[in-house]
Ligand binder design. Sequence first.
Ligand SMILES: [Zn+2]
Length: 135
Amino acid sequence: MSEIGFDNEHHVPADRTAARVISTGFHWEPEPHWQNVHSETPLPMRKPANDEQRSLLGVKFGRFLVLGVAVAKNRIGTLYVCRCLCGRHEHKTPRAIRNPKNGRDACSACRLIASHRKHNFWLEYGVSRDQEEFL
Ligand SMILES: [Zn+2]
């Protein structure tokens, strides 16, 4: 039985086009220079110390859901563990969570992918669109 695009005798692609069609593509991962603490797995959390910290739990903003208070702190104070819709976790400050301008916020990986999509859209159509449209 013959497979389309294959040289049956040698089991190699018949020509360059066939090779391109059956190739698996490139392995690609986003560049690892994140602005915030960024993790594929849940980040360590602790119990909220007061009602103010408790009030932000479960809040949704942009693509994020606030899961809990982070064990780690930054120099300003409390950080929260937030999960993006893509499943990655990041630390966010209470100020970032409450900021109404962060209504379209997303994790660093999602923003990086959106910037690549925006660039590809520009290459293909010659039109520049807002990066948030590609989230
Ligand atoms: Zn994400």
